[in-house]
Design a protein around this ligand. Structure first.
Ligand code: 57M
Length: 359
């Protein structure tokens, strides 16, 4: 809105020309989202506590988690408000990708919210059923995939990292493929969200990484120079990424160990879906496996653990899945697991950025 209100005035006030620049608006979108979360955080935590949205903690997990019982959850509402408000203020709202990203964030946020609400406020022990939750996620993701595909200039080739010449064209199959990326990312972030700051840290790192990819993919000359897919209108997506990173830091302020609030499914499902949608829109779909590599490692640890557990009728690969529980049970203090996992996430993000040159 600031863009739409102030930029047209540049003809009389030349300083307002600055609102044209994506880089400038991205910086201010990040700061806006950060301060919204930072300022609203204490109030929102009090509201969630008053609603008695206190986390129930399973007693079969690491013992150190028992003291976390009662921590307010559903803090994802704060992140969604921060990202949406900052994006609406600073982005060009005639850009369809901005609306697709806001739909992904808020739509998956709503599914998470309903689940959290049923579980935490209505005290229905399991919230939505796993099948119900998955059905809503798939339907919404298919809708998002279709919205992306019906853009006349959208390229249905899939970018394969490191391989410039291999790029299969999926045609209409791109829709289920995009849905798979979005639903997969959403659930992987959800599985990772089990220690203070563990999910929001790597989410912020991934947002910054996609900020760079969105900028270069939306810039004809840089995209051509780096020989990556040019996506018309993708530059504006940079602003959404900035807002996501800013809100991530704002939320981390309160979610840092020892956490005053958890994001709940409201946060984890929405953030994962937003990352999936970013991967699709920037045409770096497969690269999400590296950009969000930590989420993939956590999800794989669950898949391997559960499969092995079933096949061997009760034996385990890890002391407990997802992987962060394994290290906790090995005796690593929680902050050590968190910071080490962040380090891995940053390293993987750097490797993913190197694909801009290594191809
Ligand atoms: C949700 N939720 C946290 C919080 C957060 C298939 C199976 C592996 C699934 C997995 C699972 O349910 N994962 C998804 C993980 C929970 O956090 C809430 O959930 C939201 C995210 N959806 O925002 O509202 C707990 O995590 C801790 N937490 C923090 N800080 C945070 O900032 O400390 C969360 C956020 C919170 C808090 O303690 O209560 C969760 O872990 O429940 N299931 C599991 O993760 C379980 N693993 C398991 O059963 N493994 C088995 C295999 C064979 C399936 C095994 O390895 O033997 C573990 N989870 C727990 N206890 N809590 C096991 C025991």
């Amino acid at each position: 809105m600031i863009y739409h209100l102030l930029y047209p005035l540049h003809t009389s006030i030349s300083a307002f020309n600055v609102f044209r620049y994506i880089t400038f608006r991205t910086i201010y979108a990040s700061l806006t989202a950060f301060f919204i979360c930072f300022i609203l955080g204490p109030w929102m935590i009090r509201q969630l506590a008053a609603l008695q949205v206190g986390q129930y903690v399973r007693d079969d997990g690491p013992e150190t988690h028992l003291k976390k019982a009662g921590t307010p959850t559903m803090g994802g509402c704060l992140i969604i408000v921060g990202v949406a408000a900052a994006t609406l203020l600073w982005a060009d709202l005639t850009n369809i990708y901005i609306w697709i990203l806001l739909l992904s964030l808020s739509g998956f946020g709503l599914i998470g919210f309903i689940d959290d609400y049923l579980m935490q406020v209505k005290k229905r022990s399991k919230g939505l059923t796993a099948r119900g939750k998955m059905t809503f996620q798939i339907l919404l993701a298919l809708g998002i995939g279709t919205l992306v595909l019906i853009r006349p200039d959208f390229d249905t080739h899939v970018t394969i990292p490191f391989l410039k010449k291999v790029s299969p064209d999926l045609g209409w199959w791109y829709v289920p493929f995009a849905a798979l990326v979005i639903v997969g990312a959403s659930n992987a972030v959800n599985l990772t969200d089990g220690l203070d700051g563990l999910a929001i840290g790597p989410t912020t790192v991934a947002a910054v990484t996609y900020m760079i990819f969105a900028y270069v993919a939306g810039h004809v000359k840089i995209a051509e120079y780096l020989q990556i897919n040019y996506v018309a209108g993708c530059g504006e997506v940079t602003i959404f990424c900035g807002a996501l990173a800013g809100a991530g830091l704002g939320f981390l302020w309160f979610n840092a160990y020892p956490a005053q609030v958890f994001m709940g499914d409201t946060g984890s499902l929405s953030l994962g879906a937003a990352l999936g949608a970013l991967a699709v829109i920037t045409k770096q779909e497969i690269l999400l496996v590296l950009v969000g590599g930590l989420f993939v490692i956590e999800a794989l640890s669950v898949i391997f653990q559960v499969s092995f557990f079933k096949v061997t009728k009760g034996k385990r690969i890890f002391r407990m899945a997802p992987l962060h529980h394994h290290f906790e049970l090995k005796g690593w203090p929680e902050p050590k697991v968190i910071v080490r996992f962040w380090i891995i996430a940053i390293a993987l993000a750097l490797v993913s950025m190197s694909t801009l040159k290594l191809r």
